[in-house]
Write a protein that binds this ligand. Structure first.
Ligand code: IPM
Ligand code: MN
Length: 359
């Protein structure tokens, strides 16, 4: 297969972890005989230094015409510590998601035996966790009208959803559940929020057209607790933009590091693959960042194009790195390996095999 892949390294540790994914994709090209063309483009705080804009027009144009986008991370301390900043790097990411119509963020959280001892939670709780969060990505409070009073003492962010925004991601979630353990949990705050009541009404209706899928609703506060007490009860979690953001970081505790979790942001025309984690500016250039979230995001990219065997070869190599304890310092407690070394190890261990595990 031939694919043109836009590479947006972005800020902080983004470029370093992305470089490890590219090594893995090059290994896939060779092992499975594909052709990938990689094109890099500026994005985030780094792009603002030149153009003042986190998403330059040429970067957006490249993303629109590429088959897929692999994205590293976004955000910088200068902006985090300055509430007065008028333009922020994160706005580039939000605009990119919106412009490309990437309305669904698919965030799998799956426990594997090799990861077990890394979890800070009890083994009997996290063992066999296999859930996926479908987070709505282009609506809700992230994109609603924002106001700040003239005297700067009152601010607001509107959370607004339309039925069509809800139903398009709901259908994706139910279709995914059909291929999994056939359960969808809608997470909302319908006891308080009008937008959540629309979610509940819309999704409950849609659930009727999927009679083989069991459907339940949970309030976000309870869902957060349930996810720590018994994550195995979940299969597909469907939720809005803000709740999905929080719940997915919380879910990363199950595996013990946010540096392990990949995601796919998909729409009708485009798809972007990105780690859960942020830009971790404190670690930039130190060769300590965990490249696994980015590497597994590249596996999701392959899966998106139906290259399951190739995706599984990457997952197997990641597992091997755990088994051999070739991991960065954020996992397993005792490692001394750098980002580059782990990336080399994983890419060099990509092999064709019938019994590679899946994401
Ligand atoms: C994520 C990130 C982003 C988000 C930030 C960087 C804007 O936290 O992808 O989860 O909140 O969506
Ligand atoms: Mn987040």
């Amino acid at each position: 297969m031939q694919l043109k892949i836009a590479l947006l390294g972005g800020d902080g540790i983004g470029p370093e972890v992305l470089a490890q994914s590219v090594k893995c994709l090059k290994a896939i090209e060779e092992t499975f005989n594909h052709r990938f063309e990689f094109v890099e483009a500026p994005f985030g705080a780094i792009a603002m230094t030149g153009s003042g804009r986190p998403l330059p027009d040429e970067t957006l144009a490249l993303c629109q015409e590429a088959d897929a986008i692999l994205f590293g991370a976004i955000g910088a301390l200068d902006y985090d510590n300055n509430p007065e900043a008028k333009v922020r790097p994160e706005q580039g990411l939000l605009r990119l998601r919106k412009e490309l119509g990437l309305f669904a963020s698919i965030r799998p959280i799956k426990m594997f035996p090799a990861f077990l001892e890394n979890s800070p939670l009890k083994r009997n709780i996290v063992d066999h966790t296999d859930l996926v969060i479908f987070r709505e990505l282009t609506g809700g409070i992230y994109f609603g009208k924002k106001t700040l009073s003239e005297d700067g003492t009152t601010a607001s962010d509107l959370c607004s959803y339309s039925e069509s925004e809800i139903s398009r991601i709901a259908h994706l979630a139910f279709k995914a559940a059909k291929k999994r353990r056939k359960k969808v949990t809608l997470v909302d705050k319908a006891n308080v929020l009008e937008s959540s009541r629309l979610w509940r009404k819309t999704v409950t209706n849609i659930a009727q057209s999927y009679p083989d899928i069991s459907f339940e609703c949970l309030f976000i506060d309870n869902a957060a607790v349930q996810m720590m007490l018994n994550p195995r009860q979940f299969d597909v979690i469907l939720t809005d933009n803000m709740f999905g953001d929080i719940l997915s970081d919380q879910g990363s505790v199950i595996l013990g590091s946010v540096g392990l979790l990949p995601s796919a942001s998909v729409g009708l025309e485009n798809a972007m693959f990105e780690p859960f984690h942020g830009s971790y500016p404190q670690a930039k250039g130190k060769n300590i960042a965990n490249p696994v979230a980015s590497i597994l995001s590249s596996a999701m990219l392959l899966q998106h194009f139906g290259l399951d065997e190739e995706a599984n070869a990457i997952v197997a190599a990641v597992h091997k790195s755990f088994v051999k304890k070739v991991v960065t310092t954020d996992v397993l407690g005792s490692s001394k390996y750098g980002t580059d070394y782990v990336g080399d190890f994983i890419s060099e261990n990509i092999v064709e095999s019938d019994d590679n595990p899946s994401i």
